[in-house]
Design a binder for this molecule. Structure first.
Ligand code: VG1
Ligand code: CO
Length: 543
């Protein structure tokens, strides 16, 4: 029976953000999730095309999927493709949407945020190109969620999600698919699996992957252990848990501490290590005692793409988010291809990929990807590195060292100040914004400011404008300080400060990034009055 329920519960989605990310208890409020789903279904017009649904396995994943299924059926959706046990990684959803010509897909995830009743839940909608909904779409959803006063839902038993096969719900067909198979097949087409198998079979290469009890566990077991022959046990924390074992499934040196302890300061550690996040779109890459910044990783992948079967003729262009270091720009310049600088967030890469303007893209926040899907892709990045190691016979540290000696090194770090008062964060940004215009030509110790602005972006494909995307302070030697507020936090505001300094190939390439960036770090604190305004003397997370 189809019921129409009146609702006065409106999700307070931030306009312009790709989905909803909130405390789990917020999602548990009556009609809250339902209002958002109805708004998306009204805007998306799925029609006769399939709708893809899956999530990262966190607390409330299965319950949310049951609600979406019943609402989809009551709203005339004909065909749903859902991941077995409710699981699908973000890149796997993107791939399924494209492969099955779906009208879109829901991803249930708060990505790298912790999960559980007292932690975070989230939902995002990807559109028919497989990518995150662009601002025009999400703004419509937001308006729709404010406008509607009712939603439609079928009254029915829960659907069995646990076994593959076809089910019916009202007039709707539900296909429960293995979450891994199609994605793993795609990876086999992009990379030289034969060669990577040889690397593992050779016996003198060791590898560990930390799935952080999140969605990539089943993908990693299948791809690294079963299809590529990595030693059983290479995948750590490979069983998805509703609370991710009580930790943040965030692949950085703070939260992926098990992998860090194994790989860094351990002469007997594995040769190569990697981790991914809650929904499988992020990656952290480590060599033995060697951390590779995501910005460097993107540049290295771009410089070596011709060694990978997916890019036999190299790449046509690169894009990076504005706060990501300029290392990729130097590779693009040497290849004679364009490098686009976009605002933070994967949705800005979609148009460039669809238009064939770029092949690779990435963000400093442990995200990299290519034209194979329309999302960043954690496992893909790990396979790219494995393929490079196998093709060159070099270690990760040797590959990166050679890169620096050719292109120079962009020392880079990001400082996060979490859960600061929203109003304080607003004041801090407003003061910086006022200050930027007058900075040109001013000298601060060793640094001369060239210019300052609040980054804005005009999409080269559809001409859409995005304003106030982060304060940039650029110095005459190419160094940069960038400040922006996070759009994904669920408590107060998170201030991100990004620091970058370029060292030419002939310079000192062996400093620690903390030492190389100490002066810029002090300057960043002073210019923004961080201690005075926030009362914080040190960041919560340094990556
Ligand atoms: C963060 C990252 C950004 C990334 C976004 C989504 O956003 O900085 O680069 O695109 O998370 O990543 P913010 O606004 O908090 O800085 V995920 O893994 O949630 O899909
Ligand atoms: Co993610």
């Amino acid at each position: 029976m189809r019921r129409t329920i009146n609702t006065t519960s409106f999700p307070d989605q931030k306009p312009g953000t790709s989905g909803l990310r909130k405390k789990t208890r917020v999602f548990l409020q009556p009609h809250y999730l339902q209002n958002f789903i109805q708004a998306v279904l009204n805007v998306a017009a799925i029609g006769d095309r399939p709708l893809v649904i899956g999530g990262d396995g966190r607390y409330y994943n299965r319950e949310a999927i049951q609600i979406i299924l019943k609402m989809a059926a009551a709203n005339g959706v004909r065909h749903v493709i859902a991941g077995q046990a409710g699981l699908l990684s973000t890149p796997a959803v993107s791939h399924l949407i494209r492969m099955r010509r779906a009208g879109g897909g829901f991803v249930l995830s708060a990505s790298h945020n912790p999960g559980g009743l007292e932690a975070d839940f989230g939902i995002k909608f990807n559109v028919e190109n497989g990518g995150p909904a662009p601002a025009g779409f999400t703004d419509q959803v937001y308006a729709e969620s404010r406008r509607i006063a009712e939603y439609h839902i079928l009254e029915a038993e829960d659907v069995d999600l646990e076994t593959p096969g076809t089910r019916r719900l009202g007039d709707m067909r539900i296909e429960i698919v293995d979450p891994v198979a199609a994605y793993a097949d795609l990876m086999e087409r992009l990379f030289d699996f034969e060669r990577i198998r040889g690397l593992f079979a050779g016996g003198n290469f060791s590898f560990r992957f930390d799935a952080m009890h999140a969605v990539t566990g089943p993908y990693a077991h299948e791809i690294f252990e079963r299809r590529l022959g990595a030693a059983p046990g290479a995948v750590m924390n490979g069983v998805p848990l509703p609370d991710f074992g009580g930790e943040h499934p965030d692949p950085n040196l703070v939260h992926a501490w098990r992998l860090r302890e194994l790989m860094l300061s351990n002469p007997a550690g594995p040769d190569f290590g990697a981790a991914s996040d809650g929904d499988g779109d992020r990656n952290m890459i480590l060599g033995r005692d060697f951390f590779i910044t995501p910005s460097d990783s993107l540049a290295v992948l771009a410089a070596n793409a011709h060694l990978i079967p997916a890019y036999p003729d190299g790449i046509v262009g690169i894009a990076r988010s504005m706060p990501t270091s300029c290392a990729a720009d130097r590779v693009a310049a040497s290849l004679g291809i364009p490098c686009f600088e976009t605002p933070t967030g994967w949705k800005f890469f979609g148009n460039l990929l669809d238009a064939g303007l770029i092949s690779l893209c990435g963000e400093e926040s442990f995200g990299a990807g290519s034209d194979h899907v329309r999302e960043k892709d954690g496992i893909w990045a790990v396979l790219f590195w494995l393929n490079l190691i196998a093709a060159t016979g070099r270690s990760p540290a040797e590959i990166v060292g050679a890169h620096w000696r050719r292109f120079g090194r962009n020392y880079y770090t990001r400082h996060d100040y979490e859960a600061i008062e929203t109003q304080v964060a607003g004041t801090l940004m407003a003061r910086l914004r006022e200050m930027t215009g007058g900075l040109g030509g001013r000298r601060f110790d060793n640094y001369i400011c060239a210019s300052g602005d609040d980054f804005s972006y005009t999409d080269p494909v559809d001409g859409s404008r995005s304003e106030q995307q982060g304060i940039r302070i650029l110095f005459s030697d190419g160094s940069r300080i960038v400040y922006r507020l996070s759009g994904t936090g669920t408590e107060g505001a998170t201030l991100r400060v990004y620091l970058e300094r370029y060292e030419p190939a002939a310079g000192d390439l062996e400093l620690t990034s903390a030492a190389a960036l100490a002066e810029l770090s002090r300057l960043a604190g002073e210019l923004a009055n961080i201690p005075e305004l926030t009362g914080r003397t040190a960041p919560d997370v340094i990556t």
